[in-house]
Ligand binder design. Structure first.
Ligand code: ATP
Ligand code: MG
Length: 423
């Protein structure tokens, strides 16, 4: 985020984000962990079963100011709850609890808090540390990358088996808890930030609703200052998302996973595909620049139509990805395939020689059939569709109020289910 406001205003804004309304008899604030367009995350000390534990609390702020944010928050809470049911999955961030602000009630709350297991850092930070501290040998770095990818593939495999697409896979949204004494260990790697995630209902293919796919541009706290937090197109977005009527498919996660894989393997750069966005103002311009940047880097043209032979791919990328052996290069090539239908799937990734010839294929498990059924009925658009469409068409105040009420109830219901363990 870039803020044009003065640094003092900026500091005040950030301080506002971290004004958490939580029960201070239960939670003792510890450290600020990060913030984004939708909220802030902070660690707390708390008593669990008589022992002191550290947790991460995510504050989702002003969720009813904007219909899309309300839907996003409900999806995140519900999907994380379902993925954590029955012990969860080792590569998905554990959701421990959720609650409303202590000073607000079930019908007027504006924020929601999610309590997650505290992780050490995010993968972006971990990669920076790994590249900077220079203590690892090449073999150790390769092992670290393998180990990280193995866990990411297991995590993505689990959500894809449940029919859900994450849609925002990037290294900042991957949480890592390492054994810091041994920096060469990948530690525990878990998928986080399910704010963009959504189930694929019925056909497995859905057109993304344009507004739903927009990046939030408004600051979460509006204090009347001149703030510009124009967010660029994330470099991990699949090329097919940069055209009208993009399909919402599992293959978009595979592209993003390929971008993370390349981030791990890159030597002197952070991203393979960073467009120069200077002077761009519209979303369409950004998309075009980003798409051009991808095509130029990949050497795609109308002749090869985005499918590079292994030799061509190797020629292009071996120098910038010196940690990649032939198997790693081949896997990356298959993940960064232009056509979503030709792109490798997560189950094929799990069995690719990059893993199978080095420690064995990755095991992918599925959520229980009960959880899968519920995931498939988690179409938040559907839940709210009648009132939502009505609100949009008529801008009717009463309809807006009933929509708000419905969403307040849905969030309260999620918290109840989460606390009781009921599905
Ligand atoms: N359980 C956790 N343990 C440690 N750090 C965490 C945890 N959850 C989140 N963080 C940190 O907080 C940052 C923001 O978290 P998250 O991505 O969930 O929030 P967000 O507001 O949705 O952000 P964004 O604007 O990127 O969507 C993460 O990048 C990570 O560094
Ligand atoms: Mg995030």
């Amino acid at each position: 985020m870039t803020y044009s406001a003065s640094s003092l205003n900026f500091k005040q804004e950030v301080d506002q984000l971290y004004k958490f309304d939580v029960d201070n008899k239960l939670f003792e604030p510890w450290k600020r962990l990060g913030y984004g367009a939708y909220g802030a995350v902070m660690s707390y000390k708390m008593q669990i079963d008589g022992t002191i534990s550290h947790v991460a609390i995510k504050r989702m702020i002003n969720i009813f100011n904007d219909d899309l944010v309300a839907k996003r928050s409900l999806r995140e809470l519900r999907l994380l709850r379902l993925f954590n049911h029955g012990g969860g999955h080792p590569n998905i961030v554990p959701l421990l609890d959720a609650f409303l602000p202590t000073n607000e009630n079930e019908s007027n709350f504006t924020d929601v808090y999610m309590v997650c297991r505290l992780m050490g850092t995010n993968l972006k930070q971990k990669i920076i540390n790994m590249k900077c501290n220079g203590v690892m040998s090449t073999e150790q770095q390769q092992q670290f990358i393998q180990d990280t990818m193995r866990q990411l593939v297991a995590g993505v495999g689990y959500i894809h088996a449940g029919g859900v697409v994450h849609r925002d896979l990037k290294s900042e949204n991957i949480l890592v808890r390492g054994n810091d004494d041994k920096k060469i260990n990948a530690g525990d790697v878990k998928l986080g930030d399910f704010g963009q995630a959504r189930p694929l209902i019925d056909t497995g293919n859905q057109t993304i609703n344009d507004t739903d796919n927009q990046i939030r541009r408004k600051p979460v706290i509006d204090t009347g200052n001149q703030i510009s937090d124009f967010v660029s197109t994330p470099p991990n977005r699949a090329p097919e998302l940069m055209q009208p009527n993009a399909m919402n498919d599992k293959s978009i996660d595979i592209w993003s996973l390929g971008c993370i894989f390349s981030e791990l393997l890159l030597l002197n750069e952070n991203n393979l595909f960073t467009a120069n966005l200077e002077g761009t103002s519209s979303g369409v311009q950004i998309d075009n620049r980003q798409r051009d940047a991808i095509a130029a880097r990949m050497g795609w043209n109308s002749i090869n139509n985005g499918v590079l032979s292994f030799d061509k791919f190797k020629q292009r990328f071996q120098k910038v990805l010196p940690l990649a052996d032939d198997n790693a290069l081949d896997l990356l090539r298959r993940m960064l395939t232009r056509s979503p239908t030709d792109r490798i799937t997560i189950t094929d990734i799990a069995e690719h020689p990059y893993f199978s010839q080095n420690g064995g294929a990755v095991t992918i498990t599925s959520p229980s059939s009960e959880v899968q059924q519920l995931l498939q009925s988690t179409d938040i658009d559907q839940i709210a569709k009648s009132t939502f469409d009505y609100v949009k068409e008529t801008r009717n105040v009463i309809a807006q109020r009933s929509w708000n009420e419905l969403f307040h109830q849905k969030i309260v219901q999620e918290i109840r289910f989460l606390r009781s363990g009921v599905l």
